[in-house]
Structures are given as structure tokens and as C-alpha cells.
Design a protein around this ligand. Sequence first.
Ligand SMILES: *Cc1c(COP(=O)(O)O)cnc(C)c1O
Length: 516
Amino acid sequence: MTGYFRQSRWQRKGELIEPTIFELSQGRKDGYYRFSIEKELFEEIENAKELIPEKLMREELNLPNLSEPEVVRHFSRLAEMNYGIDSGPYWLGSCTMKYNPKINERIAANPKVRQLHPYQPEETVQGALKIMYELGEMLGKITGLRHWTFQTSAGAHGEYLGCSIIRAYQLDRGEKQRDEMLIPLSAHGSNFASAAMAGFKVVKIPIDDKGCTDMAALKAAIGDRTAGMMITNPNTLGIFEEDILEIAELIHGAGGLLYYDGANLNALLGKVLLSEMGVDIAHLNLHKTFSTPHGTGGPGAGAVLVKDGLEDFMPIPMLREKNGRYYFDYNVPKTIGRVKAFYGNFEVLVKAWAYLKTLGSEGLRKVSEIAVLNANYAFAKIRKLKRVSVVYGEDKPRKHEFVVSLKGAKSEIDAPALHVAKRLLDYGLHPPTIYFPPVVEEAFMMEPTESDSKEDIDYYVEVMRRILEEELEKNPELVLNAPINSSIDRLDEVRAAREPILSWKIYVRHYKGKKA
Ligand SMILES: *Cc1c(COP(=O)(O)O)cnc(C)c1O
């Protein structure tokens, strides 16, 4: 049966209804010959075969055998099943899913941007290098950290680079014994993994009732083995680490460096200089804060910035400017080397550049003001709902996001955060981040961002009220069986994590093979 007949998405609940493109084309031989224009194209390709030496020819190439409309419809059906930031609110705390202005996409899609090749000589790409350079200088101004690289293609990748620089710095000073990285429990989860991957022993620092780094515990943990500390600020509870200056002083006093996870800069843009907080190294996720949609691991850029004095450890090559000419400099004295081929995800950089150019410093300040206002407005309303509680920092304002606990609903249903999240889907809302950070039981981590209107926020709150205060009392089954309106119903997430089927061939071998 082909996808054509199966496109009624609500016919078969509980199954991925859209077949893969390979399944659709099974048994078909004529797909691309159906339209004369395509036929001509393929005849040309057939003729071109004479030009290719025999030994370079493939014997077989298993491409799907479909016509253009069949392919378009297949991908359109898949796109309709998807939920994106262009579909509705997407409060995925710590991930900053905000609206990305289409003009930036259009600029990045310009053929002059798209068709560049990384092996082009520098003289032919001066404009592109200028964009990268200007972006670096703007981010330098926003953070107060003057040296930057765009080589890292994700936030965690930036953390890994930052940790590598910290190690190189300590070795350079002859401090080989410094093998410990201090990380508060309110930091992003990737920090712990990146530090461990870079070879550090991770020392976890507890947090206090205010939701901030526990200062007594920090003081007790600092010692001659301290290489540095990684801090996320505002932290993953959305709370500003108010002791940041004292933390920086303690770490520096002990001979360490302070790494700052700036993946979500939405609350601080144009407001606070990281350099003034005593930060030595930071990464910013251009694919969260600076206009590249993120999620499902799309192309990213974890720009890394360092303060004066650490520039000699940066990865090669560094982009520089001299007399109006831009060039890559491989002469970085104590470089840690390369962490990626070429110079980063250029189109992501173009979007960030366009975003900053169009907003300007006033616009950026407005972004952070509205992001903080929206988060606090939503927080004030949601914390008042029945069964919702606030665990840390009860009387503290939030920055870009907030975390509430749904453990108050445990008397009605098990695992309420999971079930309520699924029920939100039925109202056309993307659920927030759940069960993170792990310090909050039944955590709901919500980040409205600056792109949602007051009406969007009020709708989200009203849906939460309806689920938590009406449905859970009158009809908990509805919540337990959610979602019922989405294109597919609840997935077996545990099995998906334990037995990931990442290629069509494995899928066929394991599942279709068994059935047959
Ligand atoms: C998303 C995020 C990261 C990791 O970024 P990736 O690009 O997903 O690797 C790190 N820290 C914080 C605070 C984040 O929100």
C-alpha cells in the first residue's frame, strides 16, 4: 500500500503512519520517468555515462523511485505532522525556542552565502570573512570578552573547547595537578559531561534554598586541584547567581578560571557584561539566542569568547583583520589546535549577524526586557495554580525561564509532569522541558521567550489551569491517555532510547523482516 492511500493521518492511531520514502517506492521502477521534463534530464544523465571511466561507475544505487509530486507530498505530510516554533508556543526551558525572523533566513539563503566553498582563496571571500569578523566584534561588545572563535558547532562543543583551554592554561603555568572542575547542580547537564570528556574530575557543588550555588560548599571544595569552575548564569532554575562576583574572586584567588555557560543569553542581552562578572571564558549558543532555530540537533554555532590573556590558547585558525583585509591566522602561540574542520557553520553566523544588525543595541535590550517580563508574568500566574509548587528561590524574580514542580498532582496520577506535558499537545502547545533540572521533583521548566504575546501566555496558563484543576479532578483518564488529537499518539520513549532505529535498513531488517 502506498502512502497515497495512507495519508489520512488519523486512521491508524499508535503507528507511524507515513511510510519511509523507501517503502513508498518499493516495487516501483518508473517513478522518475513519469514526467517528460524529468525524463529528458535522466536521458542526459544516461548519455553522460560515456564520459565516466568504467571503474568509477557504481553498479547499483538504491535511490527511491518516485516522481516529483510524490516526493513533495511525502515531505509535506511529514512536515504537517511536525510541531515547530512556527506552529505555536514552544516553552522548552533551557533551550530558548524563540521565533527566528524570516528576514535572517532570507539573507542566509542568498546564493552568495550558500554557494561559498571553504577551499576558496581568501581574496574571493572577503565579504564573508567581514561578516564573521563583524559578528565576532559585536559579540565581543555584548559580552566584554574580546577574543572569539566560531569553530565549535554546538554549546557542548564550546564547553569542551573551553575546558581544553583551561587545561592548556593550567599546564602552561606548570599546574599539572589541577584536574578538578567545580560545577554547581544548577548548571546545565552538558557541563558535567563536557568537563569529564575533557579529562577533568567533576566536583558537584550543591545549591541552597535560593536556588544558587551553595557558597559554604563551594569554599570547602576549592583547593590546589581546582582547575576552574563552570557556571550557568542565570542558572537552569532561571535564577541569577547573585554571588557571582564573590564566586569569581574565590576561583581566581585559588588559581582557577571561571567558565560561563551563556547558551541562553536572552535575559542579559545588552544589560550585563560577562567580563564584569569576572568571567574568563564563555560560550554563547547562536542557535538559541541569536536567530537560528534549534532542536533535533540542527546546525548550530557555540561561539567561544575569552578575555585578554587567554587568546594565545585559542584554536587555529583565528580570523583577523589588517588594513581592511581579512585573513586566517595559523600563528597562535599556545593553541590547543583545531576542534573542527574549517571555520564553523557559516549560515548560522550570517543569521546571527543579520539579527544583531537589524535589532541594534536598543533592540537587544528590548529582547531581554520582554523575555524577562514574559517569564515573570507566566511564572506569577502558573505558580498560583492548584497542584503547582515552587521549590527554590520562592521570593526571587526569574530571568528568562522558571521551574515549577507538579508533585502536588501525584495524589491524582503517577508521573504528573509527563502526563500533563502530553496533554498540552492536545491543546496545540509544545510541552516544556520536563524532569530537568533533576534537583526539582516533577519539574516543569518553562521559557516563554520574548516572542510570545500576552494572549499566547494567557492561553498557555488557561490550558494548564484546565488540565491541573479541572481534568485531573473530573477525568484523569483524559490526561493519562493524552495525546488524543495529535497525528500520532504516545511514543514508547524508553524503547526509543534503548533501541534507537536510526536507519531505514536497520528498521527493515529488525521489524519488517520479522513480520514477513
Ligand atoms: C542548550 C544548552 C547547552 C548545550 O548546547 P548544545 O548546542 O545543545 O550542545 C548548554 N548549556 C545550556 C544552558 C543550554 O541551554
